[in-house]
Every structure is written in C-alpha cells, then in structure tokens.
Design a protein around this ligand. Sequence first.
Ligand code: GCV
Length: 709
Amino acid sequence: MRPFGILRGLLLALGLASAAVSGARAEDGYDLWLRYRPAQGSVARTIAPSADTPTLKVARAELERGLAGLTPATPTADSPSILLGTPSGSPAVAALNLPLKDLGPEGYRIRTLPDGKGNKITVIAANTDIGVLYGVFHYLRLIQTGQGVDMLDIASAPKVKRRLLNHWDNLDGTVERGYAGSSLWDWWKLPDYKDPRYVDYARANASIGINGTVLNNVNAKADSLTAPYIAKAAALADVFRPYGIKVYLSARFSAPIEIGGLKTADPLDPAVRAFWKAKADEIYQAIPDFGGFLVKANSEGQPGPQDYGRTHVDGANMLADAVAPHGGVVMWRAFVYSHEQPDDRAKQGYNEFKPFDGQFRDNVIVQVKNGAIDFQPREPFHPLFGAMPRTNLGMEFQITKEYLGFATHLVYLGPLYEETLKADTWAKGQGSTVAKVIDGRLDGRRETLMAGVANIGTDRNWSGSQFDQANWYVFGRLAWDPEASTREIAADWAKMTFSTDPRFVAPAVAMMMGSREAAVDYMTPLGLHHQMGRSHHYGPGPWVSGGPRADWTSVYYAKAGKDGIGFDRTATGSNAVAQYAPAVAARFSDLKTIDERDLLWFHHLPWTYRLKSGQTLWDGLVIHYSRGVAYVDGMERTWAGLAPYVDPERHAQVGAFLAIQRNEAQWWRDASIAYFQTFSGLPLPAGEKPPAHSLEYYEGLSFPWAPGI
Ligand code: GCV
C-alpha cells in the first residue's frame, strides 16, 4: 500500500476518509437549501430588538441561525445592523415610513439606510409578520447566493394568493405516487407527539413562500374528517401557523354516508348540506384558520355529485357554502374523465367544466392540471386555461415524478412549469399567457391558486434525491412569481444547496436545464404520451393494451400501426384542437406551424413523414430517443467532474442515481424502438445500435413492488 493508501485506510477505519480527503463534511441533504454554510466575504451583523409575536420570533430565530452559519464572525458594536418588523408592531419601523401599501399582506421591503451613527441599518419590513419572515428568507438567500447585501432596496409581493402543496398521503403512512419514503405525517402519534421535523418542513416551505398544505390524498378517506383526525390536523396547523402555512384537507364526497350516518351524499339534500355545514363548523372550531377543502369528485372511481344526477357546480357550491362563513375555499379538481365516455380523454375535462363558467361560487377554485391528460413529460397546456374567464382557475403541477423516472432520474421540472406558464392561450389576444390566468390578471380574478403535488417524505433528503429538492424549490418560487426565470431559480438553488463556485454552478445549472428535454426524448419524444408501464407507471410500456379501461392503456394514445403513429386531434380526428382559441387551434392543426415537440399529440402521421430536419418520422423518433440517452451520459460525466465542489456523500448518491437513470434511459429507448419497429418495419438510421434485447424480453419485465402505487 502506498503511504496515501495507508492513511486512507486508517481514516476509513475511523469513518473519516471521505470528509478528510475532500475537505468537506459529509451531508445527507436534510438541510435542503437552508444549509447556511460560511459565505465568502460576508460581514457580521447585529439584529435590533423586535416584537415578540410567534412569527417574528421564528423570523428572528431564522435570521440568527442563518447569520451564525453564513457569517461566523462575532458582531461588534460597529457591525451593521438589521431591523425587523411591521409598522404596527414596531415604532422604529413605523418611524421610517417605508412604502409598504402596495405590498399586500405577504409582501416585504428590504432597504438599507444610514443609521445616523456612521453605519448602516438594513430594514426588513412588511405589513404583516409573515411578510417579515419572507423578507428574512430573501435576505438570507442573497447572502447564501453570494450577492451583496450592503445596499439593498428590494420590494417583493406574491402574485398568487394560495401557494399550496398537495400531499397525496394516506392515513396508513403510504404516499400515492410518492418516491421519498413514507408520509411525513405520523397520524398514529399525532396529536400528542409532534415530530420536530414538522418545524423543518414549515421552515423550508416558508422559505419559498408556500402558504398552505393539503395534508391528505385526493383519493380521500372520510376518516380524515372525523373528530380524532381533525384534532391531528389541528396539531399540525399549530406547528405550521407561525410560518404562515394554512392546513387544508381533501374531502371525500361520500363522507355524509360514511361518517355522517346518512343514506345519501346528494348535494341538494338538506341533511347532506347540514352535515357539511356542521362539519365545517367543527373543523373551524379546532383550526380557526383552516384553508378549506380539496375535492376529487367523479374521477377515477371517486364519489361525486354525478352519482346523484347532480353537477360539479352543485357539489362544489354546496361545500363552498359550508366553508364560506369561515372564509374558507373549495378547490374542485377538473381532472375528470371516464372510460364509459367514448370521446378522447384529452377533451373530457374541458367538456365537463367549460359549460359551467360563471356558475361556481366566488370561493370555489377549479383546480386544473397543467395538461389535459396527466402530468406527462410534455403536454400542451390544458385548454381550460383561458376558457373560463368567469371562474377562479388554479394550476395543479406535479412535483413528484410519477411519469418522469421517480426519484432516481435527474429531471429538473422548472422548464416544464415555465413552458406551461408561458404558453399563450390567446384567450384575449396575443399575450394571454397561462401565467396571467393563474395570477388572475387576465380576467381580474382575486382568488388565485397554484398547487403542486408534493414530492416529500421521510427520506433524510426529503424528496427521494438531492436534485428532486430543486423541484420543490422551483415550484414554490414560481408560485410566488409565475413569470420568474427557472434558470435563475436553478442557479439560486444550486448555490444554496451545493456551492457558489462558478465552476460548479454553471455546469450544474446547464445540466439541470436540459434534463427535462432529455427525459422527454428518451421517454416520449415528438408529442408521444402515456407510454409507461401499467399502473405503477415505472419504465416503458408502449405495448400496454387491454385491461379494464382503454384510457389506461398506451396503445390508446400512440395509435401506432403500419400506417403510422400519433393521435389525430385535428378536425379529421377527435378535434380536441377546437377547445383552444382559434389562433392556437390553427397553429396546432397545421403541420407547417405546429412545434414538432407536440407533433404526435395532435397528428397521426406516416412513418415516412418528413420532419423539419429532413429526417423521416421513424428516423427522427429513433434519433430523439438516442439523444435523450446521450444527454444522461453527458450528465454522468459532468457530475463526475463536479466532485471537488460537493461533499462526498451527496456526490456519491447523485452519481449512483445517474447510473440508474443512464440504464433506464437506455431501456426506454430500446424497448420503445423494439416495439414501434414492429409497425414501421423500417431499419434503424445509420449508426444507431439495435435494442439490447428482444421485444418479448421487455414486455416480460414485471414490477409488482414498484413504489408509489
Ligand atoms: C391521486 C393519476 C395518478 C393517480 C392520481 C390521479 C389524480 O391518475 O396515477 O395516482 O390519484 O392522477 O390526479 O387524481
């Protein structure tokens, strides 16, 4: 053994090798983007006394914690100071007369001023305590990301009112489509035992402006609405309150029968209405700031008003009336489709909801998934955006990666979210973006919502992988400002989570920004969708057919045959294009104007169709699949080169996951090509390797224990 080997052996024996060799301490990702490691060039600061409300206490504690980590030097009498507070709670803040009016209940202003004694004071002020907490996190972020904080004048206010996580967490601790361990909520031990981790959950959410959380799965159990579970939810609400986070619950529509002793859940039945009113009163008694209900009704087997011949409006308005006296809302999901309905699944949400525009109560928000099918790697924006100007429409994104490789694929979802939010609905002419629908500007709506299906669980790293934390992070930042740049957000996240060294940040951000397109390429290029394994949704399954429902198969969507591939949603097919504004419909319909990324979503085309590149559709498909695999190869190499900037523990985990992703990307490519080639009957383009195995091999793979089901 060489001398270094001997030393390394000794260190290994002591469990110190990796940390000592790299100079970085081993980390497991628990601290998320709130690591507060010493920042270069930062100056010690003192914090002026502030009022003692619960939220200001946590704001102050966070600032102390952040500064202690970021600027380890001890402040002296000459150190610049920070003043926190609201004009109503702090005479010192009031005396400054800062312009706060336009910042609303959650916005903040950070301004550096001379302190009159030859030094500087930075004021973090807001109309409410929670605004101050948000300002503190912004201030810390500036230091964490290496930006100067010596002369600040910043004002920020959220553009969306309700910025919510939706947990698909079950009462037994499992998480539907969860890939990060079990549910964080230990329902069994609540309300008596409150896991300290709940506080860290709240801190992390507050740091990115998330202000609400739906605790339980939309495939809900009525038990969540019983007294013992209300008490458990109330205990969580107590923990979250200082952080500005309200608790919401998914409500099972048939609860009046299951826990109310009624024979019906008909929303027009007076006894049913009385049940919900009493239930709302009971919940608000325990949780005075309860946010409201989220409902999945008449979708995928869930009960709903249609079971009684009633409508979504009847159901949603009944619940809305129950929570209205308490200031609550109802988020009613537009994710509805039925296999008994012969029409294209992509059209069904619009068909069911559009006729009700203007009929929902003011405290109902119709919650619409970003696309018309189901969180696919790429979907055109949902046609309901822009189509219901007299209805509050909220966005539902998926943060957990049900269709994007679970926790082990590095796929940064910022570009997916940004693509949807920037999409132009043309509802009121050019520039009527989805972002403007969501933040209420397009139609002058004030009850606004962005919801994200959480990717959080009991894994030490919270999200199943280090890079999946970035998806939670970018969701929160975009909910605050739907027009923010997801590249800049990625850069902030990378700096806070790993290193501010530009030699790390530039390649890491570049890798992240291309990662979603790579996943589209190796999974579902050129507008293909819903090609994954049955039920668990793991890995490729383009051959999935038969079973209980056609709309749960892959063949329903790709429509591959000898004549070609793709779903004709133009006027010659299902005419789903007609659900969009005429300018958008025309663009999608015309092969000359459609962006080829959506090609097979809207068109069924022969294998020999010529793409803009001049390649045939078949060659282009194969090349896209391979390009996706090559990108993952590149990520592996990039990541290997970033070892000097990352602690060994996290570096190794990301590296191992990239190796999994590399193999699975190849599997997606090979299995898809093997299957589609049986229809195209064409050879692979020159230089393309044939699939490693036979089609039968891929079809025979089975994953009964895949997570998240
Ligand atoms: C919570 C998809 C998922 C389901 C999910 C459903 C929904 O179908 O596969 O797990 O159920 O969407 O959003 O309601």
